[in-house]
Design a protein around this ligand. Sequence first.
Ligand code: AMP
Length: 573
Amino acid sequence: MNLFTESNLSPDILKAVGELGYESPTEIQKQTIPFILSDIRDLIALAQTGTGKTAAFSLPILDMIDDTSRKIQFLVLCPTRELCLQISKDIKNYSKYMKDIKTTAVYGGSSIMDQIRSLKDKPQIIVGTPGRVIDLINRKALDFSAIHWLVLDEADEMLSMGFKDELETILRETPETKQTFLFSATMNKEVERISKNYLTKPHRISVGSINEVKKNIKHEYYVVGYRNKKEALKRLIDSNPNQYSILFCRTRMETQEVADFLMQNGYAADALHGDLSQAQRDTVMKKFRLKNIDILVATDVAARGLDVDSLTHVIHYSLPDDPEVFVHRSGRTGRAGKDGISISLIKPEESRKLKQIRSQTKIEIVEKIIPTGQEVIKAQVGCVFEKLLTEHEDIFEFDDSLIPDLSAFTKEELVHKLLQFQLKDLALYYKDKHDLVEQKFSSRDDDYPRRDRDRGRDRDRDRSRGDRDNRSGDRDRGGRERSGKPRRKNEDMVRFFFNLGKKDQLKKLDVLDIINKATTPAGGSKKRAEIGDIEILEKFSFFEIEKSFKGELLNNIASMKFKGKDMRAEEAN
Ligand code: AMP
């Protein structure tokens, strides 16, 4: 099958796909479409985002779906709201000419009542995040008795977000006769275990990684502490003029913060993240494609839908946890035969992460030192000359009589004056700037024992825990037994940034209460999340909870309020 027209897909689907500009199927589509159309076995497909996997599973299923029935036949589970919206939009596009087919997306952080209302339309296709699907099952809003196809998309991601219980419940609550397709970028133990327990003799497909390490990308890293990070970024951008780049951050908030910083400093930058509406995201992506902005500051998830070939740089403002993500991010530059540069800003305590990326990806990442002001100016001068000598187009008519008598100056003096003029603002900015003190991987490095400062933090934490326990006896407000229970090790916990703080009259007990509510299902029978450190600062706070509750907490907290204020939590670095 080299062209879609050679497949057995119905004319309605082919027409929609043709309008989207798809001509030949991607590798995963070549393998998956004929399989799903003709086989009744379950499937495990190892494929990354960007390989065309949404069309790979949805086109053949759309071809076989019964449009005379108004029962749910096809369920897609995926890890995030963004992906959920993206997949349902894709499926709606593919089924554009199938007038009786309806698709509904259900995800956390949005009104459940609105979603229950939209289910009254009787869609045959549901795309949902696991937490919200479980909520809807509990409210008896979903009838899964006629499910024929179940897709677990980005299964590894869903499991690492702590959706294991939800997935198992859904796999059990759907008919045994269904065909299950598991898509995952990696095959780890958890994914293997789910496959072994819930899939029957699955057929396996693996598509060559799109994340192959490219040789034409130069990788550099700079060690810089949190305090100097933005200034270091400014210097790196200034010393790499004329860049067209994506700058990756870990959280939505960090993304917005960095984009705001760049915009305030006069760069043509903008932010792309999940807190923006779809229309806002479309506008930013359009501006970036048209090169009205040169630096796009984005989260990994939000940048997914964006496909541009001519990026000069990728900047890892924050390192990802997963080395595959590092390769995937970096691979966005160096496309279409061009060279690319990948720049990583690494905190002094992140050496282990860097080591892991290097050893797993075998990429050579070279340490560099943040440029001094002088070096920035040097790079800019080089860029002025490069442009001067390579751009030959005369844009306007120039009458030599306009040039005053310059005979008092030598050629060098004139060049010097023009450069001073051209680079005046930049030179003034860097005039009194100190060099950013060279940072080294610190003793706070993950590989070393923690420093005294951390011990101090632990003392504070113990004190605050003592406070809490004293106020609530041996049980906290959620009724959780605290005494005698060993505290979990740090790697089992995840730290969140929380948008409310002292100014909102937030107290530790309130945070405990909020965590309990956000991680306890309506029935209240389930195991409760372990809670770690809680730090309440003036405008915001931090708290730690057991990692496996991360997905549930994120899903629920977005629809909760504290004293009338919206709540927002994000994983903290
Ligand atoms: P996905 O991996 O499903 O997120 O798809 C990645 C991108 O590739 C999306 O923007 C799709 O619209 C696009 N795409 C999927 N299949 C094809 C195809 N056969 N030809 C061209 N583009 C495609």
